[in-house]
Design a protein around this ligand. Structure first.
Ligand code: ZN
Length: 382
């Protein structure tokens, strides 16, 4: 069976991903729970298209231990039965997926949170070669420990971008991710100095706060003010490579290459990664009233800029520097199998504000095409 659309929530900014073949779908998402003992994808955890082979245990004395990051997401419960905080330690990728899943869980079951019962294991309590020893696996439940939810929890984990999800036990699900080096990390969004529009007027994205209402686009393509729900990424101190896209009417948007921009298309808009934008594509720019104005791209170039900001708005869109962009990006494709021939892949990043962001790595030379993706426009935050 071909899995249905599996794009979720990650920051556009971050994310990464292959860039073509997006289709926008309307209507509610239909997602099916995993059944007990099912794993997704339906291949072994250690296969390359899933989380990949084990690369060896990480101990506290290890060099690699520094690559594990603590997760203090207040929306996630950590069992920490070892009392060492080890369950909070994980790879950056694992943390990103987990934080994404935490949002989905709150969405799916208001009042319920994601709960981690096992993370990094330094005590030998898993079988040999377990990815828990590398901080690449987590065992999860919901905070209410309602077992009837775990099949759906597993599905949400798949959608959140975990590379392998296993409904392993009636009492928890096991999720794991690829190594950082096998995917690379990317991050970002918009640099300091990017301008967003609040109801009170233009603002530097760097001073934007959660709860502010900024100009965005609704599903029908009309401009509306939309609340900033959170920041997927926010780091004033990092310098990144950005793509500057300039349109005929002078609008210039600066964004990370893996960020999705929303371009004019016959029926409303289409998504494109900034790095795939070509001269002649048509940006949607801030117009008068509620109507956006299309303007043809005349130039793109790479620039280095300081600061990384990725606000997530309620509509999932954002008008930055007078051009329309998505707040989302894909976090998983069912075309992972193509990854081998598709060395160019950006991965999402979910760095919190107090954390030093990782560098951005290009791992490839060509894009790979993907099949069905969908913007979670029907995916309500509340
Ligand atoms: Zn596990």
């Amino acid at each position: 069976m071909r899995l249905p659309l599996v794009l979720l929530w990650l920051g556009a900014a971050t994310a990464c991903g292959p860039g073509r073949g997006f289709t926008r779908r309307h209507g509610p998402r239909r997602i099916t729970p995993l059944v007990f003992n099912q794993h997704d994808p339906n291949i072994s955890e250690n296969s390359k298209s899933a989380s990949g082979p084990p690369e060896g245990r990480i101990t506290r004395e290890d060099e690699k231990f520094r690559d594990l990051v603590p997760n203090y997401n207040p929306d996630i419960d950590f069992k920490d039965d070892e009392g060492t905080g080890a369950d909070r330690l994980m790879t950056q990728r694992c943390k990103e997926k987990l934080n994404t899943l935490a949002i989905s869980v709150m969405n799916q079951w208001p009042g319920v949170r994601l709960r981690v019962i096992e993370g990094w294991d330094e005590e030998n309590s898993h079988q040999d070669n377990s990815l828990h020893y590398e901080g690449r696996a987590v065992d999860l439940t919901t905070s209410d420990r309602d077992r009837s939810k775990y099949g759906m929890l597993a599905r949400l984990a798949v959608e959140a971008g975990f590379d392998w999800v296993f409904y392993e036990s009636r009492s928890y699900i096991h999720c794991s991710v690829k190594t950082e080096s096998s995917v690379g990390t990317g991050a970002g969004c918009f640099p300091s100095g990017s301008i967003v529009h609040t109801e009170e007027g233009p603002r530097d994205i760097a001073v934007l706060k959660k709860g502010d209402r900024i100009l965005a686009a609704a599903d029908d393509g009309k401009m509306v003010y939309s609340e900033v729900l959170t920041f997927i990424d926010r780091d004033p101190n990092v310098t990144r490579q950005y793509i500057e896209v300039t349109a005929e009417n002078g609008v210039t948007i600066t964004t990370t290459p893996s960020h999705l921009l929303l371009l004019a298309a016959a029926d409303s808009w289409r998504e494109s990664f900034a790095m795939n934008i070509e001269v002649g594509d048509v940006l949607l720019t801030r117009g008068h009233g509620s109507v956006m104005r299309p303007s043809r791209v005349v130039k793109t170039r790479m620039v280095s800029r300081k600061g990384v900001y990725a606000p997530l708005t309620k509509t999932g869109t954002i008008i930055v520097d007078d051009a329309l962009a998505s707040c989302y990006a894909l976090v998983r494709s069912h075309a992972l199998a193509h990854a081998a021939m598709a060395p160019l892949r950006w991965m999402a990043d979910w760095t919190s504000s107090n954390e030093v962001s990782r560098g951005v790595h290009w791992y490839a030379k060509a894009l790979y095409n993907v099949g069905d993706y969908v913007l979670p426009s029907s995916y309500k935050y509340h």
